[in-house]
Design a binder for this molecule. Sequence first.
Ligand code: C5P
Length: 235
Amino acid sequence: MIPGQNPLCIALDTPDLARAVTLAKALSGTVGYVKLGMEFYYAHGPKGYAQVAAMGVPVFLDLKLHDIPNTVAQGLTSLMKLDPVPAIVNVHASGGRPMLTAAADAVAGRARLIAVTILTSLSDHDIHEAGYDPARNTAEQARDMALVVKSSGLDGVVCSPLDIANIKQATGPGFLTIVPGIRPPDSAAGDQKRIATPQAALAQGADILVIGRPVTGAADPVAAAHAILESLHGH
Ligand code: C5P
């Protein structure tokens, strides 16, 4: 957890502009961040982003850039011109060190820059088929990529709840873990497989908890977010 900061990041996960704005407005006093992804940004661009950001809640703009260093740097330079600047942006760690350092230079501390290591949708078989080192499983690969991410000057990684301890141990304090796959004890897992409760993820050292459907799908999203925050008190 980042001292003094609300760790809840609600994934809005909608291409619907009005719904995203309504949710961001409702949640703005309660959560630390909202997350907008490709489905939203490709549909509504900087103008749609600005409408959500105007609700006052910091935005994690989850676009996962992955290209040659020059292209990623220029993409991030464009994102840094958004008003307000997103609180968090991200790239794929598999772009390699030259891309990661170019990304860090382009962002230059204006947003937190995070890398996706191994997508949690991939199995050991999948990454080996894709050409990754057959001697390393997904957890080992994610940990080793986190070390490259850190030494390239980025602020942290996205990881599953089950990988937090491993990555924190390898990277040391101050390197952020942003953790999806969070499920309050009473909510449905849906398609998430490697899940943890908000309390368990924080206890492992998670800094930001990315939660979507348990909040956005609730009859009262604000009440659901409040309940999660309440459950974290004392942790
Ligand atoms: O609804 P739910 O809580 O499962 O939403 C989780 C959010 O985190 C979604 O936006 C999903 O795309 C994202 N995410 C994830 N697993 C990852 C990376 C991102 O679930 N490894």
